[in-house]
Design a protein around this ligand. Sequence first.
Ligand code: CA
Ligand code: CA
Length: 198
Amino acid sequence: MESPVAVAGGGGCDGAPNPADLTQIVAAGDATDDDRTDFFATVGDDLWAFTGYHGATIGQATRLATSGWGSERDLVSALDISGDGVTDLLYRNNTTSKLMLRKGIAVADDEVDVDSLASAANSAGGSDTEYGSSGWSRTNIPLLMGTPDANGDSVPDIWTVHANGSVRFYPGSPTGLSGSGSEIISPRSYWQTRITIG
Ligand SMILES: [Ca+2]
Ligand SMILES: [Ca+2]
């Protein structure tokens, strides 16, 4: 099992990766219940948690994993999806074309133990669960982004841009997606050339 490496805080946060090296980043709201914004990010194949952001500096950068991210997986969302108030990680596995949910464990009310998100074995339930069953490859869905709840059911949702240039909205559910979402924008060639959404 990989051991998360915590880097002590302070102004420059020594040991934290250079922001220019971040390849994917998702905002996690306040995952650690300290009224400061937290982030999860990938740097190459590493997965990092940045907690306690307060404007110019972060309180702590923690390397959660040193393999499997970036080349194989994409971060989608770092919000509470399961509905227990504790932050979860939703990611794409490009190899299997699935979305997978890794459920966090609390260390206190509404405060996630970031180590619980470092590996499937560390997480609530001891394994990642299938959230989107097929068709989620980078080839089929070049861009995807998880957002806070957009349709009023308090579950975070997912927006996608497909290879044909269509934009779809997938209402989240606590346990997994059903159906193929709704088309928000019909196929447009210009969406095929976008490099990011958000
Ligand atoms: Ca949760
Ligand atoms: Ca929702």
